[in-house]
Design a protein around this ligand. Structure first.
Ligand code: ZN
Length: 65
């Protein structure tokens, strides 16, 4: 998912099934508000430290939330 560091805005797979739509929505939010968007959909796969695996696994399961 993508989420705003400055407010409660977020875009999940449930909200926008297409990752490109989520990216565009995040960019739109940033442009409109100047807020910083963070994302767990980094293009560079992190070499997972302990604990991050659970987050990644949850992201791979569709509609789990
Ligand atoms: Zn925001």
């Amino acid at each position: 998912m993508k989420y705003c560091l400055d407010c409660d805005w977020h875009a999940t797979a449930a909200d926008e099934p297409d990752q490109r739509d989520r990216s565009r929505a995040a960019i739109d939010h940033h442009v409109e508000t100047g807020h910083a968007i963070d994302s767990s959909e980094s293009l560079v796969r992190p070499t997972t430290p302990d604990g991050l695996g659970a987050v990644l696994a949850r992201e791979l399961v569709p509609s789990s939330d």
